[in-house]
Design a protein around this ligand. Structure first.
Ligand code: SAH
Length: 263
């Protein structure tokens, strides 16, 4: 395969979990790999597909439980390539979005290992699709911000809250479950109205998918009581308004608290 000779590395986006959301290119590269280093976030069905091909090595990191540090992962993929393997580094979603791909690209380049990237469907796109909603809305939501609410242990969230609290922006918050109370408080304080629509999608595109719709001032309760242990994406902004079509199985926390559907 001309774009995947032995001794090269491909950083491949695995998408949100549903194997049908892999790109055809990702599937081809997985099929050609001799070794596949994958994240904890890569969906089980995607791993099943990958296990039929190259050797699978888990280098998973879930917050708080770092099984391998980034430097070790960098070294593993570089060493495998230098040993003549066709290396796929399989990452959840898109490698370039909160995926630490820059470190791995740098490590490969520094070692003289040829490296390329195959994009994937990111969690924000998957979540919006599950909700049957649009992330942007003509005249209403002109801006989409992908932001992470994950701070290093012991550090405060250092974000430009004023800029984020823009009513014409849709916020797609990655790794935001634990920080939901602080995120809410900061956004309210910066002037975003308490009734700003919020949607949360846990395990987007996976069999255990859960969708919740609520409002900003109820987000901490929703995040605490309505979710399980899976990865969850928070979407905040007028584009998530209940006025747009809602899928029948989507639960509304606001409805269950007030006892009637909100308009
Ligand atoms: N590179 C990934 C993001 C990695 S950061 C991407 O492009 O999607 C990890 C965070 O992504 C999780 O904490 C969660 O906020 C989000 N995420 C990843 N997969 C998800 C899924 N299937 N459903 C909901 N959120 C997901």
């Amino acid at each position: 395969m001309s774009d995947f000779p032995p001794g090269t590395v491909w950083l491949v986006g695995a998408g949100p979990g549903d194997p049908e959301l892999l790109t055809r290119k990702a599937e081809r590269l997985i099929g050609a790999a001799s070794v596949i280093f994958h994240d904890a976030l890569v969906g089980p069905a995607v791993l099943d597909l990958a296990s039929a091909h190259g050797r699978l090595v888990s280098v998973g990191k879930r917050s708080g439980r770092h099984s391998r540090d980034q430097a070790t992962i960098d070294r593993l993929i570089v060493d495998a390539a230098l040993a003549g393997e066709r290396v796929v580094r399989l990452k959840g979603g898109d490698p370039s979005i909160f995926g630490r791909s820059a470190e791995e690209l740098d490590a490969c380049r520094a070692a003289g290992v040829p490296v390329r990237v195959c994009p994937g469907v990111t969690a924000a796109s998957a979540a919006a699709s599950s909700l049957c909603r649009s992330l942007t809305l003509r005249g209403v939501a002109r801006k989409l911000v992908l932001v992470t609410a994950h701070a290093k242990a012991g550090e405060v969230l250092d974000l430009d809250w004023q800029a984020l609290a823009d009513p014409q922006t849709t916020l797609a918050v990655y790794m935001g479950k634990a920080a939901a109370p602080e995120l809410t408080q900061r956004l309210l304080h910066a002037g975003l109205p308490g009734d700003t629509p919020v949607a949360i999608v846990e395990n987007a595109s996976l069999p255990g998918e859960r969708r919740l719709s609520t409002r900003l001032d109820l987000l901490p309760i929703a995040a605490r009581s309505g979710l399980g242990k899976g990865p969850a994406l928070l979407l905040i902004g007028a584009a998530l308004s209940n006025g747009t079509a809602r899928t029948s199985s989507e639960r509304s926390l606001t409805e269950s608290l007030s006892g009637r559907p909100r308009r």
